[in-house]
Design a protein around this ligand. Structure first.
Ligand SMILES: Nc1ncnc2c1ncn2[C@@H]1O[C@H](COP(=O)(O)OP(=O)(O)OP(=O)(O)O)[C@@H](O)[C@H]1O
Length: 273
């Protein structure tokens, strides 16, 4: 069976205004199956968002290929929805119109079916009574729910999420994680979820890709074989603690880096929750 998403020897460098280019990703190889929930965990600034932007088709990789069902990604695609760290809602549009934005952008005027779809998504994310509210009347968590509903409007096959809950307080963040699992059950998607939180990655994902410091290479892929549906009880299971410990070790292990002249140097630690 073809992988849904395939990264094949993907490297990416950004040109620098002066000096050497910034190498963000180096030789990344991994695939994601249809309907799989994959979390990406790595130190700050290692290249996680770069990886996401390549899958979103925002720019091409310097080398290697990113493909969806064997078709190279060559630009933004309708079959991919994105949820950003900040909800990026239009402040002058109400909640319903914000959810309908992708239709307005694509086709101009939403039809009755689009409006029904947007309303049903708002119901699913718990905002049925807030359709006419303006974004500044919503809490951060509610705004992020609008962002999720908007990302699902065109019924994408792939959902890319870039640290979507990192700006929220701890309680809301946990609640949003459980809500996301419920939404994912109701509308199964292939998910690529970027996070700094080990616990969040273990709770949500089928598999966690652990990246090294920049330039990001794949340190290890860890399959999370906790039964689903997962709930607050999952967090108290022994296996949950074992997975978080394992990932912590992978992230914090001192790395050996080859330095010019053949000497070896110990890598440092990184800030990760
Ligand atoms: N447009 C750009 N031009 C030049 N360098 C960039 C650009 N975007 C990102 N970078 C650099 O590439 C590296 C990887 O950035 P990226 O945003 O992918 O990391 P990240 O892991 O998502 O970071 P964080 O965890 O802080 O969100 C960083 O050193 C960053 O400064």
């Amino acid at each position: 069976m073809k992988a849904h998403v395939q990264f094949d020897r993907v490297s990416h460098s950004y040109p620098a205004e002066s000096g050497a280019p910034v190498e963000a990703l180096r030789d990344l190889n991994f695939s994601i199956e249809q309907g799989e929930f994959v979390a990406v965990l790595g130190p700050s600034g290692c290249g996680k968002s770069t990886l996401l932007r390549l899958l979103a088709g925002l720019f091409p990789a310097t080398s290697g290929s990113v493909s969806v069902y064997d078709c190279p990604v060559s630009g933004p695609q309708e079959n991919t929805g994105i949820v950003f760290q900040k909800p990026t809602l239009l402040p002058w549009k109400n909640v319903l119109d914000n959810v309908l934005f992708p239709i307005r952008y694509k086709a101009g005027r939403p039809g009755a079916r689009d409006i029904e779809q947007a309303k049903s998504l708002l119901e699913m994310v718990g905002l049925a009574d807030f359709q006419k509210h303006m974004p500044d009347q919503l809490s951060g968590g509610m705004q992020q729910r609008v962002g999720i509903a908007r990302a699902l409007l065109l019924d994408p096959e792939i959902l890319i999420m870039d640290e979507p809950f990192s700006a929220l307080d701890a309680l809301t963040r946990e609640e949003m994680g459980f809500d996301l699992l419920r939404i994912w059950r109701q509308r199964p998607k292939t998910v690529l979820f970027i996070t700094h939180s080990i616990a969040e990655a273990v709770l949500l994902a089928d598999r966690v890709l652990v990246l090294s410091e920049r330039p990001a290479t794949l340190v290890e892929e860890v399959a999370i074989e906790l039964p689903r549906p997962r709930s607050a009880d999952t967090i108290h299971e022994r296996a949950f603690a074992d997975y978080t410990q394992r990932l912590r070790e992978l992230i914090y292990q001192p790395r050996l880096t080859v330095v010019p002249g053949g000497k070896q140097d110990q890598g440092g630690h990184h800030a990760i929750a």
